[in-house]
Design a protein around this ligand. Structure first.
Ligand SMILES: Cc1cc2nc3c(=O)[nH]c(=O)nc-3n(C[C@H](O)[C@H](O)[C@H](O)COP(=O)(O)OP(=O)(O)OC[C@H]3O[C@@H](n4cnc5c(N)ncnc54)[C@H](O)[C@@H]3O)c2cc1C
Length: 507
C-alpha cells in the first residue's frame, strides 16, 4: 500500500496551488477524477479580482463590495484575508507563468463585473481559468515530490489515528455497458493529511455551468467522517447562460464581463427590464439579476430572454471574448449582430465544508480549499471573480498549515489495520448503471423544481422525503465512482433542502 504525507483530492486551482507550496521532501499525491484539464477552474471566464492598484481602488472598496454582494452574511475576517492575501497570490501566478491581458503600455488590463465598484478584475481574454490552470499544471508536473493520478476518483475516506486511508477507483468516464459494482479491486493509499479540493456541486442540478466532475464528492467524503458542513443552501445562480446542446451536460456561461463591457438584458419584447427590479440594472450582483429575470419571466409567462451587446463590433467582441464568440457562432449567433438567448442556471456553491482561515475542517488533519469549502468569504452570494483568488489563498494556507504540522513531527500511518477493520460484514449491493442514472436524474429534477432561484417551500418537504429514500437505497451500494457521485449529489440535495426549509422567509 502506498503511503504519502499529503493527499490532495482535486486538480483545479485550489489543489494545484496547494501542491506547489510543499517543499521537495514532502510526499504529495494529487488526484483528478477525469483528465487533468477537466475542472471548474478551467472553465472560468471573467477573471480574478484583486486590488493591485491603490490609486483608483482600495482594500476598503473591495471589502465593501464583497460584503454588499454577500448580504452581510460574510465572515469579515475571511473577507479581510482574501483581500489582503489575494494580490500576492495573483503576482505569484504571474511569476509562475500565467499571462493576463495587458494594455499597450504593458500594464495589466482590468475589467468590471456586476457588484464591483472599481475595475479590478484581471483576465486572460475570456479564458482566464484555462490560462491559470495551464500555468499551474506545468509547474506541478515539474515537481518530483508530487505524484499525479489522473482518471482516479477517491470514493471513500477512512479516519486513522494518524491520518487517512483513501479508496481510489479508476474513472474513465461513463461506463455505459458495465454494471456498476463490477469486481475491480479498489486501490488504497494512506496519507497523513488530506486536502479536499473537489470543486462544486452543480451536476446535482438539471441546469448548471459546472463540468461533469462537479458532483460534490468532497463534501460527501468529509461528511461521512463527521465534518461540519455549513450553509449548503447558499447556491448561486448565474443570470446569463445558454442551455446545454444535445448530449452535453453543462450550460455555456456568458460571462458577467460581457455586461461589464456594456451588454443589456432584454425580455421577449426587446425591452430592458432589470432596472425595474433594481436601480443598479445589469451591473447589480448576479443573484439580483437572476431574480429579476425570474420575476420578469413570471410576469410575462415567458422564458425568452437575451443579452444584447450589438453596440460593439463583431471584431471587437471576437478579440475580447473569443471563447464566447466561438460558442455563439457554433450555435449560429453573431454576437455583434444578434442578441444571445440566455437564462439563469446553477453556477456556484457558497456553502460547503466549514473551514477556518487555514482551511482546516472540523476533522483533524482534514483540510478543504476552493469551491467545496465554506470559508465565510462569500456570505449568501459570491461577488464575481472572488472564487479564483479564494481557491489560491485557502489552498496556500492549508498547505502551509500542514507543512507546519509536518515540521512539528506529525507522522503518517500505514493504515493496514483500518483496511481490515472496514471490510464490510455484508456483501455490498450492486446497482445497475441505469438505476444510478435514474436516481441522478430524479435528484436533478427535485432540486431544479424546488430549489431554483426562488425556493418552492411548499414542494420542499416531499422533495426532501424522496431524496432521503434515494439515500437509503444507495446506502450499502458497492463503492465505485458512479455510486460515490450519486451519493454525493443526494447528500448535497438533502442539505440544500434542509437549509432552505430552516431559512426564515425574509432571508
Ligand atoms: C463556467 C464557469 C465560469 C467561472 N468563472 C469564474 C470567474 O471568472 N472568476 C472566478 O473567480 N470564478 C469563476 N468560476 C468559479 C471558479 O472557477 C471555481 O469556483 C473554482 O475554479 C473552483 O476551483 P476548485 O479548485 O475548488 O475546483 P475545480 O476547479 O472544479 O476542480 C475540482 C477537481 O476535483 C477533482 N475531483 C472531484 N471529485 C473527485 C474525486 N472524488 N476524486 C478525485 N478527484 C476529484 C476534479 O477532477 C477536479 O480536478 C467559474 C466557474 C464556472 C463553472
Amino acid at each position: 500500500m502506498q503511503t504519502v504525507d499529503v493527499l490532495i483530492i482535486g486538480g483545479g486551482i485550489a489543489g494545484l496551488y496547494a501542491a506547489l507550496q510543499f517543499s521537495s521532501d514532502v510526499r504529495v499525491c494529487l488526484l483528478t477524477k477525469g483528465e487533468a484539464g477537466i475542472s471548474g477552474s478551467a472553465l472560468a471566464q471573467g477573471g480574478i479580482a484583486a486590488v493591485l492598484d491603490h490609486e483608483e481602488d482600495s482594500y476598503e472598496y473591495h471589502f465593501a463590495d464583497t460584503m454588499v454582494a454577500g448580504r452581510y452574511k460574510n465572515n469579515p475576517a475571511a473577507v479581510e484575508q482574501l483581500i489582503r492575501e489575494g494580490p500576492a497570490a495573483v503576482r505569484d501566478l504571474i511569476h509562475l507563468g500565467a499571462a493576463f491581458d495587458t494594455n499597450d503600455a504593458g500594464a495589466l488590463q482590468k475589467t468590471l463585473e456586476g457588484g464591483h465598484s472599481r475595475r479590478r478584475i484581471m483576465h486572460h481574454r475570456d479564458q482566464t481559468g484555462a490560462e491559470m490552470v495551464r500555468a499551474l499544471w506545468a509547474r506541478v508536473r515539474e515537481r518530483s515530490n508530487v505524484t499525479i493520478l489522473e482518471h482516479t476518483a477517491c470514493v471513500d475516506l477512512a479516519l486513522l489515528p494518524d491520518g487517512f486511508l483513501a479508496m481510489l477507483d479508476v474513472w474513465v468516464g461513463a461506463r455505459h455497458d458495465v454494471p456498476c459494482g463490477y469486481d475491480v479491486p479498489l486501490r488504497t493509499i494512506c496519507a497523513g493529511f488530506v486536502i479536499l479540493a473537489t470543486g462544486g456541486i452543480g451536476q446535482a442540478y438539471r441546469y448548471t455551468t459546472n463540468p461533469a466532475i462537479s458532483t460534490g464528492d468532497g463534501i460527501h467524503l468529509a461528511y461521512a467522517l463527521g465534518a461540519k458542513v455549513k450553509n449548503l443552501h447558499y447556491v448561486q445562480f448565474h443570470p446569463t447562460a445558454m442551455p446545454p446542446l444535445a448530449g452535453e451536460s453543462s450550460c455555456f456561461l456568458v460571462s458577467e464581463a460581457v455586461r461589464g463591457e456594456g451588454a443589456f438584458l432584454r425580455n421577449r419584447d426587446g425591452e430592458r427590464f432589470v432596472s425595474n427590479y433594481d436601480t443598479r440594472g445589469e451591473l447589480a450582483p448576479r443573484d439580483v439579476v437572476s431574480r429579476a429575470i425570474i420575476q420578469e419571466s413570471r410576469r410575462l409567462k415567458d422564458t425568452r430572454f437575451a443579452l444584447d451587446i450589438t453596440q460593439k463590433s463583431s471584431d471587437w467582441l471576437k478579440a475580447r471574448f473569443p471563447a464566447i464568440f466561438a460558442e455563439c457562432q457554433r450555435r449560429g449567433i453573431d454576437m455583434g449582430r444578434d442578441c444571445v438567448p440566455v437564462f439563469p442556471c446553477q453556477h456556484y456553491l457558497m456553502g460547503g465544508l466549514d473551514v477556518d482561515l487555514d482551511g482546516k475542517t472540523t476533522v483533524p488533519r482534514l483540510y478543504a480549499a476552493g469551491e467545496c469549502a465554506h470559508t465565510g468569504l462569500h456570505g449568501a452570494n459570491r461577488l464575481a471573480s472572488n472564487s479564483l483568488p479564494e481557491a489560491l489563498v485557502w489552498g496556500k494556507r492549508a498547505a502551509e498549515n500542514i507543512m507546519r504540522c509536518l515540521r512539528a513531527g506529525f507522522a503518517s500511518s500505514s493504515g493496514a489495520q483500518t483496511l481490515e477493520a472496514r471490510a464490510p460484514s455484508e456483501p455490498p449491493s450492486t446497482l445497475q448503471t441505469q438505476q444510478l442514472a435514474d436516481y441522478a436524474a430524479e435528484i436533478r429534477t427535485l432540486l431544479q423544481e424546488s430549489c431554483f432561484v426562488f425556493a418552492d417551500k411548499a414542494a420542499l418537504p416531499n422533495a426532501l422525503l424522496r431524496v432521503e429514500e434515494i439515500r437509503v437505497a444507495l446506502q450499502s451500494a458497492q463503492k465505485t465512482t458512479e455510486t460515490c457521485e450519486v451519493q454525493s449529489m443526494a447528500l448535497c440535495a438533502k442539505l440544500i433542502m434542509e437549509g432552505l426549509l430552516n431559512e426564515p422567509d425574509d432571508a
